[in-house]
Write a protein that binds this ligand. Structure first.
Ligand code: NAD
Ligand code: UGA
Length: 623
């Protein structure tokens, strides 16, 4: 277990950020681990904070409701979340690039880069940065470079501001460098007091010594409060006697001070004292150039030291959850990979993440390894999984011609323990946000390293997936007497798999668009996907000239029965459980004849349906 408490931050409140943070908060002791999830999308954060979560996952709502407000927080305030964090998980999207170099294959890394730059810009102390998003191999190197160089450029920036225009003169002729104060304002102030807007140092001090009339206001505003403990509870300001005497002494004494004063920490209000260049010149006359130089140098070094003390350690910790079973996958993962550098700091960071996960995951399932292997393992796992589906789907096409049954083939092959029985279900084609993009990413990577044979090999997995969809659609067309125009087709399911409302890359989109292009009226029902999402996907995937017609020919229904009513055919696109137990006799009665059913998921009892009177077609078999 962790020896000290940890602030964990997730940047990106999507499927991965939202679910994995919730499970972490649920499984770690509330007093030890606080998890803050932030996103630039306000609507999404509002949804996470509401009763209507932005994603549907069995079990998710219970966990979020249990932890939210205790050790799980959702916010758009990235700055505070980043600043407070000891560990930051980058869980933003990495979709396929749409434009420019590598368009259509390479991963779009701008969201990862933006999040990284934000961390560099905001961070005032050392942090562990964890790649949670799926990224190409060696992205950790880029993250490290961005963090380190950005850190340096910020130092330069601050120094150049510092040396140009930030001297002020207070009432008593002392010259105060406000720039250093402003830079440090962001990070030092919190060490001294609880700094909220209405609880700032200045506010406290002003209240505290408001009766000390001989002390000028500016002096209070600009006072370095170092080592003075001020506690503010409601409207009372508490300070111990010694500190109080020191404070008043220092405020009064400095009345006669006519030299430069360094301010290590001060309030927001100091910004209003920043002088203009003209003023600076006048002020500089009062002190020798040498004196200014020495002071600047001193503060530059101080600033440099503070910044150079910040260390970012990068880890790779890819996510293997599947949608629809995300909570279960996160609670009981097959393995957790933690990739890091083989340095002392790298191992220390790996160990902290290891401790965090060991609150709920058996130690033998938490694997530490090198950064590049960890990054590539994620792409490799998705490629191998997708390849299995394309392999079984390639065989399913053959089954349809030779009269073999793909379910029997899957069963027979799966009994071989070297092959295994999971993930061998033939289907209308795999979908989801990741398989295609991650394989394309692998293809791009292979080509980039001049391995065209490797690239071609993986590309074939996608080509086969497209082929499986088009063969299914062609079969619908043929069996409906080669004309679908004006016919009503009921489509059951729109999400890319059951138990999720995610539609990204769903095979259903391709099927529906093809049917609409043939002039069909599509009556669509999905238990979870919203009407807005369906219409959005149809618009996004239609040619500009066909959008209006496509939208007017699609009817979103409230039940499978409504969708099938007066239709010529039913097309099963998603394997939702409720489609297995519908009253197909009743449905058949209310359909146009001959009534067809096309099972793209192999979930129905085909012989029963045949007995009812349906013309039955299914992937990978002759009925
Ligand atoms: P998503 O699109 O659902 O969520 C990404 C979120 O990041 C969005 O809400 C977006 O607003 C936010 N975001 C983007 N830039 C930001 C920034 N600069 N600051 C703050 N927030 C920002 O994506 P996802 O499905 O959760 O996937 C995230 C990553 O995890 C991807 O790399 C994906 O490949 C990987 N992954 C996804 C799954 C999955 O099942 N969806 C599983 C394993 C791995
Ligand atoms: C997949 C992987 O399974 C996860 O391990 C991984 O973390 C995730 O991608 C990711 O990186 O995003 P996911 O896409 O959520 O998870 O869902 P899967 O269960 O893998 O299904 C993907 C697609 O393949 C679905 O359309 C599903 O219906 C289809 N599929 C799955 C089949 O057609 N046949 C099968 O036997 C299994």
């Amino acid at each position: 277990p962790l020896t000290s408490s940890l602030n964990v931050c997730y940047i990106g409140a999507g499927y991965v950020g939202g679910t994995s943070s919730a499970v972490m908060a649920y499984k770690c002791p509330e007093e030890k681990v606080t998890v803050t999830v932030c996103d630039i999308d306000k609507k999404k954060i509002d949804a996470w904070n509401s009763n209507n979560l932005p994603i549907y996952e069995p079990g998710l709502e219970d966990i979020v409701k249990k932890q939210r407000g205790k050790n799980l927080f959702f916010t758009t305030d990235l700055n505070s979340a980043i600043n407070a964090a000891d560990i930051i998980f980058i869980s933003v999207g990495t979709p396929t690039k749409q434009r420019g170099f590598g368009a259509g294959e390479a991963a779009e890394l701008k969201y990862v880069e933006n999040a990284t730059r934000k961390i560099a810009q905001i961070s005032r102390n050392s942090k562990i940065i964890v790649e949670k998003s799926t990224v190409p191999c060696r992205t950790a190197e880029h993250i490290r470079t961005i963090l380190n160089t950005n850190k340096n450029s910020q130092i330069k920036n601050n120094i150049s501001n510092y040396t140009t225009n930030h001297y002020i003169k207070n009432n008593n002729n002392s010259i105060i460098n406000t720039n250093y104060c402003n830079i440090s304002n962001n990070f030092n102030i919190n060490n001294n007091i609880n700094n909220t807007p209405e609880n700032s140092n200045t506010y406290c001090i002003n209240n505290l010594i408001s009766n000390e009339s001989n002390i000028p206001h500016e002096r209070i505003n600009n006072h370095p409060f170092n080592n003075i403990n001020i506690n503010k509870t409601s409207d009372d300001v508490n300070i111990n006697n010694d500190d109080y005497t020191n404070l008043i002494d220092s405020l009064s004494l400095s009345n006669n001070d006519s030299t430069l004063t360094d301010i290590d920490s001060c309030s927001e209000s100091n910004t209003c004292f920043q002088s203009q260049d003209q003023e600076l010149k006048e002020l500089n006359k009062q002190i020798s150039d040498d004196e200014v130089d020495i002071k600047i140098k001193k503060n530059d070094d101080k600033l440099k030291n503070e910044k150079s003390l910040i260390h970012f350690e990068i880890l790779s910790n890819p996510e293997f959850l599947s949608e629809g079973t995300a909570i279960n996958d996160l609670l009981y993962p097959d393995r957790v990979l933690i990739g890091g550098e083989p340095t002392k700091e790298g191992k220390k960071a790996q160990n902290i993440l290891y401790q965090l996960y060991s609150y709920w995951i058996p130690k033998k399932k938490i694997i530490t390894m090198g950064l590049w292997s960890t990054e590539l393992s994620k792409l490799a796992a998705n490629a191998l999984l997708a390849q299995r589906i394309s392999s079984i789907n390639a065989l399913s096409a053959l089954c349809e011609e030779v009269g073999a049954d793909i379910q029997e083939i899957s069963y027979a092959c799966g009994l071989d323990s070297r092959i295994g029985s999971k993930f061998l279900n033939a289907s209308v084609g795999f979908g989801g946000s990741c398989f295609k993009k991650d394989i394309l990413n692998l293809v791009y990577l292979s080509n980039a390293f001049k391995l065209p044979e490797v690239a071609e090999y993986w590309k074939q997995v996608i080509i086969m997936n497209e082929y499986r969809k088009s063969k299914f659609i062609k079969n619908i067309f043929t069996k409906l007497f080669c004309t679908i125009s004006g016919k009503s087709i009921a489509v059951f399911g729109f999400s890319f798999k059951k138990d999720t409302k995610d539609t990204r890359e769903s095979a259903a989109i391709t099927v529906v668009i093809s049917l609409l292009q043939e002039g069909a009226i599509v009556k669509l029902y999905d238990p979870k996907v919203t009407k807005d999402q369906i219409l959005f996907d149809i618009k996004e995937n239609s040619q500009p000239q066909e959008i209006n017609e496509n939208i007017s020919n699609i009817i979103i229904c409230n039940s499978a029965y409504d969708a099938a009513y007066n239709s010529d055919a039913i097309v099963i696109c998603t394997e939702w459980d409720e489609f297995k137990s519908l009253d197909y006799k009743n449905i058949h009665n209310n359909m146009n004849k001959p009534a067809h059913i096309f099972d793209g998921r192999l979930i129905l009892n085909h012989q029963e349906l045949k007995k009812i009177g349906f013309n039955v077609e299914a992937i990978g078999k002759k009925i």
